[in-house]
Design a protein around this ligand. Sequence first.
Ligand code: MN
Length: 485
Amino acid sequence: MAEYVIETPKGKWEVVCGLEIHCQIISKSKIYSGASTEFGADPNEHVSFVDAGMPGMLPTLNEECVHQAVKTGIGLRAKINKYSNFARKNYFYADLPQGYQITQFAYPIVGEGEVLIDLADGSEKSIGIERMHIEQDAGKSIHDIDPKKSFIDLNRAGVGLMEIVTKPDFRAPEEAGAFLKKLRSILRYLGTCNGNMDEGSMRCDASISVRPLGSSKLRARAEVKNVNSVKFVMQAIESEAKRQVALYEAGETMPQQTRHFDPSTGGTKFLRLKEFSDDYRYFPEPDLAPLMLSDEYIQSVKDEIPELPDEKKERFVKEMGLTPYDAIVICENKETAAFFEKAAAGHDAKKVANWLMGDFFAMLNEKKLELKDSPVSAENLGRLVELVSQNVINGKTAKDVFAIMAETGENPEKIVEEKGLKQVTDTSAIEAVIDEVLASAPENVAAYKGGKQGLFGWFVGQVMKASKGKANPVIVNQMLKDKLG
Ligand code: MN
């Protein structure tokens, strides 16, 4: 658990936070119509009569969206409800032409579940999932084209969303950040949402309250809407919690309310008093039948679920000898994990992980490259590690070889061969170099023998230098010890 206490001269306070995340479903068409979900089209290019809210149009549930939601529910280790139904949530927005949103209310498709988060101190924490339901997105109002007019783009209207609601289990900004990263990782592994918060594919609302440390009573919360990055969610929790503490300590109260996060100040601003669910006049959607899922169907979706980050992490630790930290970093991204497995196949996995997280990531960063565009292939990285394991080259030379691989994309054997970098393990050749070094520095030899043990490193350095870095350092150390007696 992350330790996070707000301490003032007047007392100690604890944060209580829950998240609601709207995740855009990856599907070719919208959730209740056949219009395309393709991103980047001209405004209003992908709008059916259903999406435009034309009178008398009938929605049809897109099976692919259901499939994606069930997959996601399984990934959240959640109960899949065999019975769920749809509801109308009534409200007016210019970009919601129906005047209501078709969502799920009393009977969501996914029930309680759990997500494990990894914290900076190496601990894990379980965050409860309250529910997940599916619903349609609204369109987009555009206010920045004309000073006097607003425009409506309905391309997004009707795109499928999964709304994931957590339990109020977060006690620190760090925990919310770790959760969003883990959720994004799970969704990407599943292929059910691309998780891009900056593009609005994943939008987060945070419900935040505070209470005196040790108290178990919940106080009124503020809901901070549509925060669009992990960092901003963490900032919003921190600044909003501190704001509430200051209010309470000044003897004021706080009504339940909706707020907006302002990235330019890092603080939150009042939007409106919170509406309650009664205000929406929910009622069962008359145009869609309840959704019934069979055990066979749920099982068939379970059978498609790939290995997810938690299981992969455990396997990398247990079977490949990685530290939990290495495994967490490597497994966060499906592509990185696949690259690692390919590179490690048949080689020393721990050493491959060290290379991957060290020189390899540093190289990608420096060249501003994505993993898929890496000049060093997974196979070649594995072969480089193997050359060191087999004592063909030493660790120092391997770094030079890697630098050439990053420039040329060549395989390491070829570079070692062409540049004549093979490590010298021939003891007679090394002995000759050592004898030369010792003969050229008799005063240092005498000093060492006279007790200046610190000179040993100097001898090693001289021998390595004379061999142009190619002598096997283990052999050099051993032979020098023998010779200097
Ligand atoms: Mn919603």
